[in-house]
Ligand binder design. Structure first.
Ligand SMILES: [Zn+2]
Length: 432
């Protein structure tokens, strides 16, 4: 390099930067005029109030104004969506981008991680097109931290998909819920999760996952599940002290811990340790529910996956077992509603087709929640669980413009959420 040429290069660089800064607002204004969305209704999900008609002004990637009418700036693009209800983008707090139907148990054996990553890209697109603009991926189940690549590619605008919180692999004990048990030992079939058998090992695994780009930790706390004489048997995997070590490490890292817990006493240990959410939550004791209410720990019921399995099992026996589990779950859910614990919406999509998971909200309403309470669980509680309650989940000035439209009024017919007709994410119209 010729040292004498450096100052000239620097001047050129400075001029280039100045030119870009001067041009940037014009380029931006040219490529992205403000958008005014007009519809028969806008849902204010926090209160359940419906504005009719309703308008939303979107500037850049943010909501600028919401009302019966809003300012129409010069040059704004008016999008009249007709007889629909505009509401915040849907949030799924329990998904698996790296799973697909028919491939649960031996997926890690027969499919490579590059192949699974390609399928995950398709899954992310399907979820977004169905109206899910933010999701929490609850474990790649054997694909390690490949979910960080999908999240980063979405954030960089390379591929379409929801805003993502990802965990990498889940954490599990040796021989535990997600391990590849009872295969030929000589084949050394890999676990679908990362092993941790002690508090120290949990912390070490969390640090490794953090290094690889995880946003939170998913821990398998109960399983394998069995129903014996009508009662759910689901052994716990970690003690309260071990989970408390995980929660303390998560706090240090500024992240959270979510646990898979079907029942007791595993769910109680998780609530005592102060986890962020209890996934599945089929049977909870009074004391667990009391702690969840007191500490604001939402249950994420995941009815959709059980409903799908009950309808799609090969044998009558398996289908009957799933139906029995749903009965237990519905009874537990009604107790949880009565106890006043918080809920978030998570479908466990992956083992059933991506893009179809809004049925979770229909099932939560069917089994006892009011439609508005379901939508608030989805959007407001979901945003809080993802750590984004100050930017998504409500149609408020300054929030990201993640907006969907559904036909009719979802407060009268919650199944409208399964028929999303318009999707905007981050100010971009991705489906119309
Ligand atoms: Zn799951």
């Amino acid at each position: 390099m010729n040292p004498a040429s450096l100052p000239v290069r620097r001047i050129h660089a400075i001029l280039l930067v100045c030119a870009c800064l001067l041009l940037y607002p014009c380029v931006r204004a040219q490529t992205k005029p403000p958008i005014v969305l007009h519809a028969a209704r806008v849902l204010e999900v926090g209160t359940g109030n419906i504005l009719s008609p309703g308008e939303i002004l979107v500037e850049g990637n943010r909501i600028k104004a919401v009302g019966k009418t809003v300012e129409h700036p010069q040059g704004a693009q008016l999008v009249d969506l007709g007889d629909v209800t505009l509401m915040p983008g849907l949030i799924d707090a329990h998904i698996h981008l790296f799973l697909h139907p028919g491939a649960e148990d031996l997926q890690t054996v027969v499919e490579s991680t590059p192949w699974r990553t390609i399928l995950a890209v398709e899954a992310a697109k399907a979820d977004l097109m169905a109206g899910f603009t933010a999701e929490r991926d609850m474990g790649t189940e054997g694909a390690g931290s490949a979910d960080t690549a999908v999240r980063n590619a979405i954030n960089a605008g390379l591929i379409p998909g929801p805003r993502l919180r990802v965990s990498g692999n889940a954490i599990d004990i040796l021989g535990g819920h997600e391990d590849a048990n009872r295969y030929n030992p000589a084949q050394h079939v890999l676990s679908n999760a990362d092993y941790a058998n002690t508090a120290d090992e949990i912390v070490a695994v969390m640090r490794q996952q953090h290094k690889e780009g995880s946003d939170f930790a998913k821990i398998y706390q109960t399983g394998h599940d069995e129903i014996v004489d009508g009662a759910l048997h689901t052994p716990f995997q970690y003690t309260e002290e071990q989970l408390a070590a995980a929660v303390a490490e998560a706090r240090r890292l500024g992240v959270t811990v979510a646990v898979h817990a079907m029942g007791e006493p595993g769910a109680l240990y998780a609530a005592q340790a102060g986890v962020a959410s209890i996934e599945h939550a089929t049977q909870l004791s009074d004391e667990t529910m009391r702690l969840m209410k007191e500490k604001h720990i939402p249950a994420v019921p995941t009815f959709a996956i059980m409903d799908y399995f009950a309808a799609h099992r090969d044998s009558q026996d398996q289908a009957a077992r799933e139906a029995e589990l749903i009965d237990l779950k519905v009874a537990g859910f009604k107790k949880q509603i009565a106890a006043g614990i918080p809920f978030a919406v998570g479908s466990d999509v992956g083992p059933f087709p991506h893009g179809t998971q809004a049925v979770e909200m229909v099932l939560m309403a069917k089994y006892g929640m009011k439609p508005l309470a379901v939508l608030q669980a989805d959007m407001i509680e979901g945003a809080r669980l993802l750590g984004w309650e100050d930017r998504i989940g409500q149609l408020k000035p300054g929030f990201y413009a993640d907006i969907v439209a559904v036909p009719g009024n979802p407060l009268n017919d919650i199944s409208a959420v399964t028929r999303v007709s318009f999707v905007m994410k981050n100010g971009e119209i991705v489906r119309r």
